[in-house]
Ligand binder design. Structure first.
Ligand code: PLP
Length: 453
């Protein structure tokens, strides 16, 4: 590709990182062999859902001979049919007629509002209160042991995945963002909550931050005795491995990782890998070696996405490659109920078959992986299987994590439904009136209402 990227859009000025955005899209999609009308439709989608890619993904990861079917191309490039055709036509007409930025944004915002931008109440649930009863910005404490933290400077990524469930924070609407710059409040919160043993930095991508910034967040946590682990949720290994090898602060970053380990805590590097092709370049393999050399443990996770990684062979190959490079497979997620979910969703029954098809072929060393797992409002629910109980075909499920710890590890059942793609598509089975996390349906006379079965 010979498209000139935009240095000004780099989140890390002075580095060799270069971002490509919507204004480069037409040229890039032409390189994938798309006709003019197809390119316009893609452009229309990119006005609604965020698009960003970089030279490494373009030059090293995408197989342009296979585009637009190449899985990495599909991972980062919007597809014309990701949104309802009426919405795409509406934006395409606006672009064609030379509409103003304001008109385009208004139309895009209306379309976005229908895409469930905040699944599982990300904006308003689980935000802990500080002593003054103000919510702590950027902190989400849903499960007793683990606090999620969204650093303010980490609210972007080296490239955007088309299926991202946090897409809303990348489209420039301040109301949709969820972030923090308040390291003191985080530290105070963790210090005064001894049940919190693990802090998970997430985003965006925390590794978009330079070492000088990320160390300000991490170092004060090393003083907290009851904290056992610091996790970093990131896709930088897949999208910008230079961050750990050749970037100007790569070595300092590794020293920071060593410091975490030397403090007696586990540094868990939660690497988002979507496809085995992401492990092919020598540079990422070198980055993995360097991170592991600090004593950090790399655990790998990704959602199961239609048309990108929706077959057992892909997962088997991915887990085998990760194992070979010393990484630990952690979660296979079900795609969340947001954005173009209809486009990417794999039904639970099929997700379970894909998971099992891969799991049964790898050694126990890779069977550390759990899934398919839904990160839903009541907790993380794993689909354990499909079976028959007393003549009724059912899903067997359990909570890996739950807001109510009592639910964790107890199996429960749901009616088998080959189309169900999310927890809330499921119905209780075997005569149950409600799921374990729901209140029993009650009538005004205090009796269970049988019509709500
Ligand atoms: C997944 C998740 C965690 C971490 O859960 P683990 O099972 O410990 O990996 C913490 N908080 C939230 C909100 C999560 O979704």
């Amino acid at each position: 590709m010979s498209v000139t990227p935009d240095a000004a859009l780099s989140p890390s000025a002075g580095r060799r990182f270069r971002a490509y955005t919507t204004k480069h899209l037409d040229e890039l999609t032409a390189g994938a062999g798309l006709a003019a009308d197809e390119r316009l439709a893609v452009q229309a989608v990119a006005n609604v859902l965020p698009f960003r890619v970089n030279s490494y993904v373009i030059d090293e990861l995408i197989d342009w001979d296979a585009a637009p079917d190449d899985p990495i191309y599909r991972l980062v490039f919007p597809q014309a049919d990701m949104l309802p055709s009426g919405d795409v036509a509406r934006i395409a007409d606006l672009i064609r007629s030379g509409a103003s930025r304001k008109e385009l944004n208004e139309a895009a915002n209306q379309i976005r509002a229908n895409l469930n931008p905040h699944p599982a109440g990300q904006m308003d649930l689980n935000v802990p209160k500080a002593g003054n009863e103000e919510p702590i910005p950027g902190v989400q404490h849903k499960y007793k042991e683990t606090v999620l933290f969204f650093p303010k400077q980490g609210q972007t990524c080296h490239a955007y995945c088309t299926y991202c469930f946090r897409w809303a924070q990348f489209v420039g609407d301040a109301d949709l963002k969820f972030a923090s710059g308040e390291v003191d409040q985080l530290v105070e919160y963790v210090r005064t909550h001894p049940e919190v043993t693990s802090v998970l930095f997430t985003g965006g991508d925390p590794m978009i931050m330079g070492e000088g910034v990320i160390s300000k967040y991490i170092e004060p946590l090393l003083e907290i005795e009851h904290l056992e682990a610091i996790r970093i949720g990131t896709k930088a290994l897949a999208y910008w491995p230079q961050r750990f090898v050749t970037d100007p602060d790569a070595d300092d970053t590794l020293r920071l990782f060593e410091k975490v380990v030397a403090s007696g805590k586990n540094l868990a590097f939660m690497a988002h890998f979507s496809h085995p092709n992401e492990m092919k370049p020598e540079l990422v393999q070198e980055a993995v070696r360097r991170i592991r050399g600090t004593g950090a443990v790399i655990r790998t996770q990704a959602p199961l996405i239609r048309t990108i990684n929706d077959d057992s062979a892909t997962w088997e190959s991915m887990w085998r490659t990760h194992l070979r490079h010393g990484m630990v497979p952690y979660y296979m997620f079900v795609e969340r109920d947001t954005g173009p979910q209809d486009y990417f969703a794999v039904p639970l029954a099929e997700a379970y078959d894909i998971f099992r098809g891969a799991y049964q072929k790898v050694s126990g060393l890779a069977r550390t992986v759990r899934g398919p797992s839904m990160s839903a409002t009541p907790g993380k629910v794993c689909v354990d299987g499909v079976t028959e109980v007393a003549g009724e075909k059912v899903f067997v499920l359990h909570f890996i994590q739950a807001r109510d710890p009592e639910l964790v590890g107890k199996p429960f059942f749901a009616k088998y439904d080959e189309k169900a793609a999310w927890l809330f598509d499921l119905k209780p089975a075997l005569g149950a009136t409600h799921f374990p996390w729901e209140n029993a349906p009650v009538e005004s006379n205090g009796l269970v209402d049988p019509t709500r079965l």
